[in-house]
Design a protein around this ligand. Structure first.
Ligand code: 6GU
Length: 226
């Protein structure tokens, strides 16, 4: 899978794409993430990519040309499954959307900024508008990082034990059960006995009960989706 991220703040995303599980997935050759500096596609001598809005509204608007030049170049090189725009008025990102997007071959994520982008880009080039939640960020970079992280980690082979991605919170609309590691007792704080019992069926039953109990208490809305 390949993800192309278009941004005016490439430095903000560079470390993220090289580190941790996402970085390792790239080194393993399972995914390729390319960060493009939108200013490289400006034809302005000051490398500007925004301008004042028609109608005299406040703020600046990202112009059509640099975005179109960047997306057109990428589209000439390969076929994209989705051209995503990050925006607070987009469709809410969630685990089912991450699952679907993880099956894509090629994705573009265009990071929104300033007051917004010229609406013609959204009408003519963007295929999917996505928000990561009901709050406003200064730009779409962190949203692009969140989406990329959630998508990449469920690509087969990225997480060693594939069970572990499938047993995540939200994969079945249940929160995950608590986990513990050694020592079995720390400062008098004890690990539940059942986990030390070696009784596999009982442990599975305990995990499922914990999942239901925690979901009912913390996120009852998820149980209504089941
Ligand atoms: Cl995708 N972008 C911005 N700027 N703010 C957001 C968002 C995206 N999702 C939630 N808030």
């Amino acid at each position: 899978m390949r993800i192309d991220i278009i941004t005016v703040l490439p430095e903000l995303l560079q470390n993220f794409t090289q580190e941790s599980i996402v970085g390792r997935a790239q080194r393993k050759g399972l995914v390729e993430i390319h960060v493009h500096n939108l200013r490289d596609y400006s034809t302005d001598k000051w490398r500007r990519v925004d301008d004042y809005p028609f109608g005299g509204f406040a703020g600046m608007v990202m112009q059509c040309e640099p975005i179109d030049r960047c997306i057109s170049k990428l589209m000439a090189e390969r076929k994209y499954d989705e051209i995503i725009f990050t925006t607070p008025d987009g469709e809410q990102f969630d685990q089912p959307m991450a699952n679907t997007l993880s099956l894509a071959e090629n994705l573009i994520i265009l990071c929104g900024h300033y007051k917004g982008i010229d609406y013609r880009i959204r009408e003519h080039l963007i295929t999917k508008e996505v928000s990561i939640g009901d709050y406003v960020l200064t730009g779409g970079e962190l949203a692009a990082a969140v989406m990329t992280d959630a998508i990449v980690r469920i690509v087969p082979g990225v997480i060693g034990d594939e069970q572990s991605a499938l047993s995540d919170s939200f994969q079945d609309n249940l929160l995950a059960a608590p986990v513990y590691t050694r020592p079995a007792e720390y400062k008098g704080w004890k690990v539940p006995d059942v986990l030390l019992s070696g009784h596999e069926a009982k442990i599975k039953e305990w995990e499922l009960n914990q999942s239901y109990e925690r979901t009912k208490r913390l996120r009852p809305d998820l149980l209504e989706k089941k």
